[in-house]
Design a protein around this ligand. Structure first.
Ligand code: SAH
Length: 242
């Protein structure tokens, strides 16, 4: 009787861990989010029950209801998989679910996944750290842009790549606060929509244009000099020169 909190990776089923694929194949029940790709769900045992708790505006299952559901399923079934996009502990509320299960006395194990925070930029040929361009990375939720204290002003740092999840709806405010915080308004930005899916789209620009870019969720926003790189294209160009 175990609930496995499993990271599904960013999209493509080939980016699951071997452990995740094995658990999906032998699950009794799979409780999943909205962003899980059909190719990943295709790996679920055909006789397993699937429960979509996807959080869509106006049709949301609250986190406490999800926790209760996991506890009751965990008490009734041998193998319950709670499947989450990317990594379960990166903005996935996996920590809260694990605490709720443990408090209820239900065994719970967590299986890491490839987070979209890093694999999204990579899909666009953007290394999030690069010698002389970025010494490190800040990963943050765009929801902080709503805070009255102008949170993003404090994140303005030209030495770091800034990676924003759930930031599309807040992109104008994010850009404004970063410029107010001292970041050059011509700092490179990239937005990677639906990375590692057939719908993947990459849009590049500079910081002061971010609010005007025509982009939609789910997407990763990268701010910083690395956002201008496309290593894959550089390699392709170099290869075609010979
Ligand atoms: N646990 C997930 C993040 C959950 S928060 C992870 O580790 O990736 C949901 C946000 O993640 C989305 O709003 C979007 O910003 C980002 N995201 C998840 N999958 C994505 C994908 N395939 N392409 C682009 N962004 C993605």
């Amino acid at each position: 009787m175990t609930v496995f909190l499993v990271g599904a990776g960013p999209g493509d089923a080939d980016l699951l861990t071997v452990r995740a694929a094995r658990l999906l194949a032998r699950a009794d029940v799979v409780v999943h989010d909205r962003l899980i790709e059909p190719s990943v769900l295709a790996l679920v045992a055909s006789n397993a029950e699937r429960i979509d708790v996807g959080k869509e505006p106006g049709n949301s299952v609250s986190q406490s209801m999800i926790n209760e559901l996991l506890v009751s399923l965990g008490r009734r079934h041998a193998n319950v998989v709670r499947l989450k996009g990317g990594d379960p502990f990166v903005f996935g509320r996996g920590g809260e679910e694990m605490i709720a299960l443990r408090e209820a006395g239900v065994d719970c194990e967590v299986v890491p996944g490839i987070t979209s925070a890093f694999s999204g930029p990579l899909a666009a040929g953007i290394p999030v750290t690069h010698r002389r361009l970025a010494r490190g990375v800040t990963v943050v939720t765009g929801h902080c842009a709503d805070d009255d204290d102008g949170y993003f002003r404090r994140l303005a740092n030209p030495d770091l790549s800034l990676i924003v999840l759930m930031g599309v709806g807040h992109r104008a405010r994010i850009a404004r606060q970063l410029v107010e915080g001292g970041l050059d308004r011509d700092t490179a930005v990239a937005v990677i929509e639906s990375a590692w899916t057939e719908r993947q789209r990459v849009t590049r620009g500079v910081l002061h244009e971010l609010g005007a870019l025509d982009v939609a969720s789910p997407a990763i926003i990268v701010v910083g000099p690395c956002a201008a790189l496309d290593v894959a294209a550089l390699l392709a160009d170099a290869a075609s020169a010979y």
